[in-house]
Design a protein around this ligand. Structure first.
Ligand SMILES: Cc1ncc(COP(=O)(O)O)c(C=O)c1O
Length: 386
């Protein structure tokens, strides 16, 4: 049952278009390459579809900002009902707090556990601009954050990060979770809001039933911690996790109170390959790389100006749009090969990036387009690697 009025895709596209800085460049042929293009209609449709699905399941959305690193895209997601953004790094929290704050209506979740005094001080400083929630997976992080708290009366939210797939981060036992919760309960400056369980290793598992079975097992581990915390008298208001690949399954299982998907906004090639026709794959590919053919002296291939510096190549090759059968191959930092008999020096091609997050990370801005129409630019807000 829908509880919210979600703006239409057209309204969200208009909101995104209103974020654009106009450029004197009005045609795809004039954009300096390599360039990152974002189709505003496709992105808006994706924002709307995920918002509708979450709303229908009674689950809140906290899209992952590490995917877009953009205040403009965060604002559009919030306009569609998101309760805030998920961040992967302190730098993302800092940049988005500056760009989006001061506000109290939505919050930033730092989903990656952090260590040390320097990050603790930076987190407190960022939290001056808007509410910040941190993921904690070690009891010592509580005292580190308390020691760095600049003044009495200020509070950070916290969720206990639970390792649900034996991988990167998170507590590995109920006992550890209870220990952290008790430690937080003894502080004035940190408020325990709930738990996080993110099954990163399951997001790209092909085959919906395989992905569903594995997600069900991972969720059972998170549920065990939720129940233990509640039995011990701790409030668990937020149960956060999930990504694009498991989104529909997470919504069906129903333990999560908020979902953290990122890539649905762009739907890169590796996600499309893994998800195919599954409901989680039904988002439109909105992100492309515009590249120029710079040399066509070989018979077997042409060389384009998009290589490692234009896209992350950890997830296989890019897809060449509009040239069925053409293949892309990595050819160095600045170049790639495209095998397609029809291409000549000076031609332009559009590529679907294999992996969106670390591709966006390579650019200072998106060129906002609507089909072939160029609207202008949208900055990538989080640029500092501090
Ligand atoms: C903590 C966390 N939540 C959610 C996501 C979901 O991202 P995506 O939807 O792009 O898979 C990620 C991605 O790595 C993540 O690290």
């Amino acid at each position: 049952v829908s509880t919210a009025i979600i703006p239409s895709a057209a309204e969200l596209a208009a909101a995104l278009a209103s974020e654009v800085t106009e450029s004197s460049i009005r045609s795809l042929d004039e954009i300096p390459t390599p360039a990152l293009l974002l189709d505003v209609n496709a992105a808006a449709a994706n924002v709307r579809l995920m918002a509708e699905r979450a709303d229908a399941a009674g689950v809140q959305l906290r899209p992952h900002a590490k995917c877009h690193r953009s205040a403009a895209l965060a604002r559009v997601q919030v306009a569609a009902g998101a309760v805030g953004q998920t961040c992967a790094s302190v730098a993302e929290v800092e940049a988005l707090a500056l760009a989006l704050g001061p506000v109290t209506e939505f919050s930033l979740l730092l989903a990656t556990p952090t260590a040390g005094d320097v990050t603790a001080r930076r987190i407190w400083r960022a939290a001056e601009g808007l509410p910040v929630i941190v993921a904690i997976d070690h009891i010592d992080r509580v005292s580190e954050l308390v020691a760095a708290c600049p003044d009495r009366g200020r509070r950070l939210g916290a969720v206990i990060d639970v390792d649900v797939v034996d991988t990167r981060t998170g507590v590995t036992s109920v006992v550890s979770a209870l220990g952290i919760a008790d430690e937080i309960a003894n502080t004035d400056s940190i408020e325990l809001l709930g738990v996080q369980g993110y099954a990163g290793a399951l997001q790209h598992v092909p085959g919906r039933s395989t992905r569903r079975d594995a997600t069900t097992r991972a969720t059972d581990r998170l549920r065990e911690v939720v129940e233990a915390l509640r039995s011990a008298g701790h409030d668990v208001t937020i149960v956060t996790g999930g990504g694009t690949g498991t989104s529909g399954i997470d919504l069906q299982i129903g333990l999560l109170t908020e979902l953290q998907p990122g890539s649905y906004l762009f739907m890169d090639r590796s996600y499309r390959d893994a998800l195919g026709e599954d409901p989680e794959g039904q988002f439109i590919q909105s992100l492309t790389i515009l590249s120029s053919v710079i040399s066509s002296n070989q018979t077997s291939h042409v060389t384009i100006d998009a290589g490692l510096k234009s896209m992350a190549t950890d997830s296989g090759p890019a897809e060449v749009l509009g040239h069925p059968g053409a293949t892309y191959a990595f050819a160095g930092d600045e170049m790639g090969f495209v095998r397609d008999a029809s291409l000549r020096r000076g031609d332009r091609v559009r590529l679907i990036p294999p992996h969106c997050d670390p591709t966006v990370d390579r650019y200072g801005m998106f060129w906002a387009v609507r089909g072939d129409e160029v609207l202008g630019t949208i900055p990538v807000t989080v640029r500092a690697r501090a």
